[in-house]
Write a protein that binds this ligand. Structure first.
Ligand code: EPS
Length: 400
């Protein structure tokens, strides 16, 4: 129902995104998009590029007088760094006379763990720059802008999405599932790692500092929580309609994400059924407005049978360390095939907090897509009315 495409290179003119399927009548707050873009740029461990950029999305279509028309929404996010890269990244056949920046030599030493080697093999490139410019996580700025629009649609249904950093390298928040949505919502916007546990956060910062001093990089994990999600999104009837599968793909598509867990995630495999499944008890001070039953635990992370059940949706992403090492690993030079240290590009030491913001955006996109599918409507008026009718019917079933 909802789909998007992005285009653009890390050091090209900018990023473009087209989002199709947003119903007519959604007031779009571009300042709110800027807030999300700024969040993605932050977090302890980011590199010097983030001091250059101050990302902002401009609408090229689909929005009139601040409101969606139902037409595809086209966005443009300029790269400020383009000024410094025009002689390397121009798209014309000949270098334009007015082009600025350095004319950089070809990149020929693939970084282990990056798309470099697989990309030159697949596309037949000689210069790894033709791969890395598009494989770069810079593209996720476009996803965050798209996700911010999806988030604004979900807000009309009462859904809010937050995230927190759970681990950096070996340092982990002890029991992330014990943290409530409200606790995670309450994390200060200016905390260095957006972690709910201040003690763990300072140990995480020490890990990042150690990695930076050693010319190394650090991965970690984060959890996204969606609160007051409409129940009944997704379906168990067909493999490609299961919402956990759709969320898994959305998160796994974020650069460097190597695993995804829903609710207790992989821990569920090690516990007996009696300790993992969330009991269903009669309504009593219902935790959700619609499905009025009581669930004492939420190990399932808000999804049963690939369908949202009204509990908080909780999904964890696991990120590998960034592939660009200032103390490079062994590699080869593709021009000589001789052993040579991997290329060094300006990069981040740790981008886990940024990946969490991108994951929020991807969760928002998947949930908005599933909400439009369930409640339909070409206009926000229809979508919201259908949701309210379903919500009232469902609440009435559980009223005592
Ligand atoms: C960026 C993500 C990272 C940064 C990039 C900006 O990209 P990659 O996945 O290629 O490592 O390194 O910045 C640069 C390439 C640079 O010149 O500093 C982002 O998220 O915007």
């Amino acid at each position: 129902m909802l789909r998007f495409l992005t285009a653009g290179e890390s050091h090209g003119k900018g990023l473009v995104a087209i989002l199709e399927g947003i119903p007519a009548g959604l007031a779009i707050d571009f300042d709110a998009i800027t807030v999300q873009l700024r969040r993605r740029q932050g977090g302890y461990g980011r590199g010097r590029r983030m001091a250059i950029e101050s990302d902002r999305a401009e609408a090229l279509g689909g929005v009139r007088h601040g409101v969606s028309t139902g037409a595809p929404i086209a966005l443009f996010i300029p790269n400020k760094d383009w000024e410094n890269w025009q002689r390397t990244m121009y798209s014309e056949a000949e270098q334009p006379a007015e082009a600025s920046g350095a004319d950089r030599p070809a990149v020929t030493r693939p970084r282990p763990g990056h798309a470099d080697l697989a990309g030159v093999v697949k596309y037949g490139h000689d210069d790894i720059r033709d791969v890395l410019e598009r494989a770069s996580a810079r593209e996720t700025a476009a996803r965050v802008a798209i996700g911010s629009i999806a988030r604004q649609l979900l807000c009309r249904l009462g859904t809010d999405i937050v995230s927190h950093v759970v681990s950096i390298g070996p340092v982990t928040v002890p029991d992330p599932l014990a943290l409530t949505y409200a606790e995670v919502r309450g994390i200060g916007p200016d905390t260095p790692l957006h972690c709910a546990d201040a003690g763990a956060e300072s140990r995480m910062i020490a890990e990042i500092d150690r990695a930076r001093d050693a010319g190394d990089t650090m991965g970690g994990s984060f959890e996204v929580i969606a609160h007051d999600v409409p129940p009944g999104l997704g379906s168990y009837v067909q493999w490609d309609r299961k919402l956990d599968g759709r969320l898994g793909q959305a998160l796994m598509s974020i650069p460097a994400i190597k695993a995804v867990g829903i609710g207790r995630g992989p821990v569920a495999a090690s516990l007996p059924g009696s300790r993992i499944h969330d009991e269903i008890l009669p309504p009593a001070g219902a935790r959700t407005a619609t499905v009025g039953v009581t669930r004492p635990t939420n190990n399932a992370g808000g999804l049963e049978g690939g369908v949202t059940n009204g509990e908080d949706l909780r999904i964890t992403g696991y990120m590998k360390p960034i592939a660009t090492l200032m103390k490079p690993l062994r590699s080869i030079d593709l021009t000589t095939l001789e052993e040579s240290p991997a290329a060094i590009e300006r990069s981040d030491v740790c981008a886990v907090p940024a990946a969490a913001v991108v994951a929020e955006a991807m969760v928002a996109f998947v949930l908005a897509d599933a909400a439009i599918e369930k409640f339909g409507g070409d206009s926000m008026t229809e979508l919201v009315a259908n949701w309210q009718a379903f919500r009232q019917r469902t609440a009435a079933r559980f009223a005592r």
